[in-house]
Design a protein. Sequence first.
Length: 95
Amino acid sequence: MSEICRRCGECCKYIAIGIGDIELMPAEVKHWALTRGCKIEGHFLVIPSVCPHLHVDEVTCEAECDLHGTDKKPLVCRTYPLPGVWLPEGCGFGE
């Protein structure tokens, strides 16, 4: 796995929740999630949700966080990616 951030912002566009064994998820919950734009990838429920602090430069396509470099940046963002987390396709950390 690479340790290079490409500043693509993909990690700021989703919330990934570990769900364990998908076979144990009730069918109603699975149906509810899938009919609302969520995806199930491996052991994660991936919910589309763009962080309000994310801005993508239209010229360079680089992502900028309003909170980057401040003490207001959430811990989950400062420590991303932790081992075992879901990584979005194209994320530089996933290569």
